[in-house]
Design a protein around this ligand. Structure first.
Ligand code: NAP
Length: 454
């Protein structure tokens, strides 16, 4: 099967690539193991050299890669450039911090000396999504290559040009050629690759069903895995919140990347006394967002990444309205080619409605009324997902009281949920397990080795 790339703004087919043949995958795996063994012996300072070099190349090539993302998945140019710059940051962060994060730790015991080492595991398979085609991959590359592991990338099938550009920039930066490779394969090849004894571990960022497949394959093969899956993040607005700031930030939090981020604010849960005021401010802020050609610098958000994903989103919106939600803004499919969807607001969403239960992966804000702060948290937790959460209040006592109760991998107070190389990132419940980024991220795929010396 060929892998093809389609411009979601126009529907035009841009390029088609043959899949990497099974014999070639086999050869790449063998070479990756050899390359990783040599790489494991390199010092942190030696590993940091190409890592810093790739950061510099990414900064230099940001406009080129931004254009690639705009054409392949519809991201506006300024967002693409910012994404590539963030990739440079994560590379620099781990180039500078890996030695400290993985420094051996002395522990007293009955030995003359005992300590804990963090040794690499081997070659890790990364199954990645199209929504942040560079960032998702570099937040895998930077920690795990600095830890001494090798990497194989199975990128989403709609972003092969990004996948190949990433492989190229790694090689241009001086990483050993076989240490990091892109495999142009479909989802059907993933389980077999995980089963291969030359693969030590697997990580996936993607949907819940894809996560289940990878977890199942890794479990059967007794290999560690990290799963970064979907989210239906709550954005809780309490009665004492700064409503202007909450509405302005909320509109951005819902529409970043055309609403196609796992940590977008997806459910706005608003305490009754400020519900109507917040809804109108959020709607105004959403209305001001310009949807358009990702190559136009004036565009805030581009199309959805693929037409069938846009149609799926509209199906959820239609069902939500059928189940009693009120369309306050947008919610209609525009005519014309491309995968565009308007910035939309759904109000009067009650628990049980599809818009409250499922992840809406597009620029659709779902507004839910809560009678009290406690009920707001209960509604927030009434989801099978638990990735991020945003809490808006001016009261430090409410923050202390409510943060521990929120079932999520991160709580951002009076701000939008975002990733930061220094802070661990991941979820609970059906949002997955394990962590990326920060100290926890670089320790995800290491052998925590106890050394006991008489
Ligand atoms: P997706 O369809 O699950 O695709 C993600 C990756 O998984 C792609 O490389 C895809 O390959 C592969 N894949 C799909 N089905 C698979 C299977 N059965 N076995 C093995 N691999 C499989 O997800 P998406 O539509 O690209 O991304 C959207 C989802 O990702 C959302 O749910 C979003 O919340 C989540 N996400 C999570 C995070 C996070 O950090 N938690 C970040 C971003 C996105 P093909 O393209 O070849 O099908």
């Amino acid at each position: 099967m060929a892998i093809e790339t389609v411009n979601p703004a126009t529907g035009e087919r841009l390029a088609t690539y043959p899949e990497t043949a099974p014999a070639e995958v086999d050869r790449i795996l063998g070479a990756a193991v050899e390359a990783q063994r040599a790489w494991a012996r390199a010092s942190f300072a030696e590993r940091a050299l190409p890592m810093r070099k790739v950061a510099a190349l990414l900064r230099e090539r940001a406009p080129e890669y931004a254009k690639l993302m705009a054409l392949e998945m519809g991201k506006p140019l300024k967002d693409g450039a910012a994404e590539v710059t963030k990739c440079a940051w994560v590379c620099e962060y781990y180039a500078g911090s890996a030695a400290a994060h993985l420094a051996p730790r002395e522990e007293p015991s009955d030995a003359g000396r005992s300590y804990v080492r963090f040794d690499p595991l081997g070659v890790v398979l990364a199954v990645m999504p199209w929504n942040f085609p560079f960032w998702q991959v570099f937040r895998f590359i930077a920690p795990h290559l600095m830890a001494g592991n090798g990497g194989l990338l199975k990128h989403a099938s709609n972003v092969p040009q990004c996948a190949l550009a990433i492989e190229r920039v790694m090689h241009d930066a001086g990483f050993p050629r076989d240490l990091f490779r892109t495999l142009l394969v479909g989802a059907g090849a993933v389980a077999g690759i995980i089963r291969d004894p030359r693969v030590a571990a697997a990580t996936i960022t993607g949907s819940e069903p894809a996560g289940r497949s990878v977890a199942e394959a890794a479990g059967r093969a007794l290999k560690p895995s990290v799963l970064e899956l979907g989210g239906s993040d709550p954005f809780i607005v309490l009665a004492d919140a700064d409503l202007d700031a909450a509405a302005k930030t909320g509109a951005v939090a819902r529409t970043v990347n055309a609403g196609q981020s796992c940590i977008c604010a997806k459910r706005f849960i608003v305490e009754a006394p400020v519900h109507d005021a917040f809804l109108s401010r959020l709607t105004e802020a959403m209305r001001a967002i310009r949807v358009g050609d990702p190559l136009d610098p004036a565009t805030d958000i581009g199309p959805q990444a693929r037409r069938e994903l846009r149609d799926e989103l509209h199906g959820q919106v239609t069902q939500a309205i059928g189940e009693g939600a009120r369309a306050v803004l947008g919610c209609t499919v525009p005519a014309g080619p491309g995968a565009f969807y308007p910035v939309s607001v759904l109000a009067d969403v009650r628990p049980g409605n599809v818009a409250a239960r499922e992840e809406l992966f597009g620029p659709v804000a779902v507004v839910i009324r809560a009678e009290t702060a406690d009920q707001a948290v209960a509604i927030a937790n009434d989801s099978r997902f638990g990735l991020g959460a945003s809490l808006w209040t001016r009261d430090p006592a409410q923050v202390e009281r409510l943060v521990p109760r929120i079932e999520a991998g991160a709580v951002f107070v009076n701000g939008l949920v975002k990733s930061d190389p220094r802070l661990p990132f991941g979820g609970v419940k059906s949002s997955g397990y394990g962590r990326e980024l920060g100290l926890e991220g670089i320790r995800a795929f290491v052998n925590v080795k106890t050394v006991w010396i008489r």
